[in-house]
Design a protein around this ligand. Structure first.
Ligand SMILES: [Zn+2]
Length: 350
């Protein structure tokens, strides 16, 4: 392991002082297009010392190694340190991560298919650091719980190019027996919806993902919006555009079904909406809450569950995945962790 203490460094970056004997860990969130990295001080997990974003090199394992190596050089430089100073590194990846070995498969957006890849071993040899690898959405759930200071269980519903859920139960990520817990994107919710890439009809991902919303909007004859279609759609709906209102209510209805599924299965304290579509912000949360109240209808049982009150957003720009990866790395340093993969111990909230 690298020398874990940075002595004699006393500086302030982003409002967080790096003091005597700081112990630094890094969290890296490797996405299909962008990779985000943070450096945090183990003693102050919410105090992000530095944050960097760069393009992901998509080229299988080699691409992941190159991307993580480069981003660590950049983010530690931004923290006035070097990669050697890191006590441990947490890495989140979009794919199925074996909770026992940290091996990765089906990270299709990174050019990794069905063959198991020993990413923990490869990164560890390459970086010379202790490495924890976990699913990006599971790590985002861990990061979200820390940021929100939630005392109980958390579910994080990521709505982006793909749709999936991560869970934190009793302070620990819950990747499931095979690392596939929360893969609800391919659960059919719309019997008359479009055929999904997976072969089923009306999967959640086929009706609420960013690309799905854009496709539906254009199919309905909607146009004239550039950039983020979901944000534009919700804005037009607020202005009373009939087509936009219909699609907004449709999307919120499907998301409410997902929230109800998660809520009635796990009964988490909070269900956090994340991913690119959540950049819509408060109008999305309000729309999902309203759809949940519609679903509750005349059922005293559903009203008693108060799912609408449990749906929340993270503060804009929160690097939940990278932060969660850093928290997972922290557990390695503090001795409470069982790396690699899941099984993180209690993460104290403050
Ligand atoms: Zn599907």
């Amino acid at each position: 392991m690298a020398d874990i203490a940075i002595r004699g460094v006393s500086k302030s970056a982003g409002g967080v002082a790096v003091g005597e004997s700081s112990v630094l860990v890094a969290g890296v969130d490797v996405g299909g297009t962008k990779t985000l990295a943070v450096v945090v001080d183990v003693a102050r997990p919410q105090g992000v010392v530095a944050q960097v974003r760069r393009a992901t090199e998509v080229d299988g394992v080699g691409g992941v190694l190159a991307t993580v190596t480069e981003v660590l050089v950049q983010v530690t430089a931004a923290a006035s340190a070097s990669p050697d100073a890191l006590a441990a590194v947490g890495v989140g990846v979009p794919g199925i991560v074996d909770p026992l070995t940290g091996s990765l498969r089906y990270a299709v957006n990174l050019g990794i298919g069905g063959e198991m890849v020993d990413l923990v071993g490869a990164l560890g040899r390459h970086l010379g650091d202790q490495v924890v690898v976990a699913n990006d959405v599971d790590l985002a759930a861990l990061g979200a719980r820390e940021v929100l200071g939630t005392a109980g269980d958390v579910a994080y519903l990521s709505i982006g190019t793909g749709v999936a859920t991560g869970f934190v139960i009793r302070g620990q990520m819950h990747p499931g027996a095979h690392g596939a817990a929360g893969e609800i994107g391919h659960l059919p919710v719309a019997p008359d919806g479009p055929v999904c890439e997976c072969g089923q009809r009306g999967c959640l991902e086929a009706v609420v993902s960013g690309p799905a919303i854009a496709r539906r909007w254009h199919a309905l004859g909607g146009d004239g919006v550039g950039g983020d279609v979901a944000t534009a759609l919700f804005r037009l709906a607020a202005d009373g555009d009939a087509v936009a209102v219909a699609l907004r209510d449709e999307v919120c209805g499907h998301l409410a079904a997902a929230v109800a599924l998660i809520g009635q299965t796990l009964d988490p304290a909070q269900i956090v909406l994340g991913g690119g579509v959540a950049d819509v912000g408060q109008p999305l949360v309000e729309g999902v809450r309203e759809a949940l109240r519609r679903r509750a209808g005349a059922s005293p049982l559903l009203w008693a569950l108060a799912l609408d009150e449990r749906v929340v957003l993270l503060p804009n720009g929160t690097p939940a995945g990278a932060l969660g990866a850093a928290l997972a790395a922290r557990t390695v340093v503090t001795g409470g962790g069982e790396p690699p993969g899941g099984g993180q111990p209690e993460v104290a909230t403050s």
